[in-house]
Design a protein around this ligand. Structure first.
Ligand code: OGA
Ligand code: MN
Length: 228
């Protein structure tokens, strides 16, 4: 016979995860489950956002390079499609640990809740100078990529609605505009990478975002999970 429990087993199970984090993860899971995307203003937890800002502030602009389109050997610069500069985050960098810990917990939650089989996560900072844009695109093409879920968040303090730079998200089927997201600090957008076309409109100030992709295991030809 076991002793009388003073703590409900469920609260023991969740002991290491703060309740607000579970609440946020559940809102993300519900959004993905019911509509394939979710937009959450001011949702990125402050300690995670602050650590990203610190990491970003350590990087000189020279470390950013012109973003390319495509994958692997077919990558190409195309200034008519995208003009942002990116920096792939290093998951071994101490400044990135909060971010990667948090995205790992989110990945585990979504796998448990939605059986997505997410395996790895990669992400970059993106810097859009005034006038820079990223035309309407998909992050993954069916059968050609192992990107399942896109996560975008923003690090811009005091963004005014008139300053442009919105992320426009389009519906999978008819291409109708679903939402124009202001890239305000801590706003998060998560969507199925193969389903939702989206674009970044030009802004009149520097615009910082973090874009990341949860991937399924894409090991092929004895090459282990080939890089982006
Ligand atoms: C991308 C992207 C959106 C954003 O990098 O693929 O769509 O708002 N980014 O920065
Ligand atoms: Mn994209």
């Amino acid at each position: 016979m076991s002793a009388t429990r003073l703590i409900h087993p469920l609260s023991e199970f969740n002991a290491e995860i703060p309740l607000e984090e579970d609440g946020l993860f559940e809102r993300i899971a519900c959004g993905i489950e019911s509509q394939g995307y979710v937009i959450l203003p001011a949702a990125l937890p402050h300690p995670v956002a602050d650590s990203l800002v610190r990491y970003l502030s350590l990087l000189e602009e020279e470390r950013f390079h012109q973003a390319r389109i495509g994958r692997g050997l077919e990558q190409d610069r195309n200034p008519f499609i995208r003009r942002d500069k990116i920096y792939w985050m290093d998951d071994a960098h101490p400044g990135a640990s909060q971010w990667f810990d948090w995205t790992t917990r989110l990945k585990l939650y979504l796998n448990r809740r939605l059986f997505l089989g997410l395996f790895s996560f990669e992400s970059h900072f993106a810097l859009y100078h005034p006038g820079d844009f990223y035309k309407k695109h998909l992050d993954a093409f069916r059968g050609e990529s192992n990107r399942v879920l896109t996560l975008v968040t923003y690090l811009n303090m005091g963004w005014e609605p008139g300053q442009g730079g919105e992320l426009v998200v389009y519906a999978p089927d008819d291409g109708d505009e679903i939402s124009k997201v202001v890239p305000a600090f801590g706003t998060m957008v998560i969507f199925l990478s193969e389903e939702f076309p989206h674009e970044v409109l030009a802004a009149d100030r520097d615009r910082y975002s973090v874009a990341g992709w949860f991937r399924i295991n894409g090991s092929i030809n004895r090459q282990i999970d080939p890089p982006r």
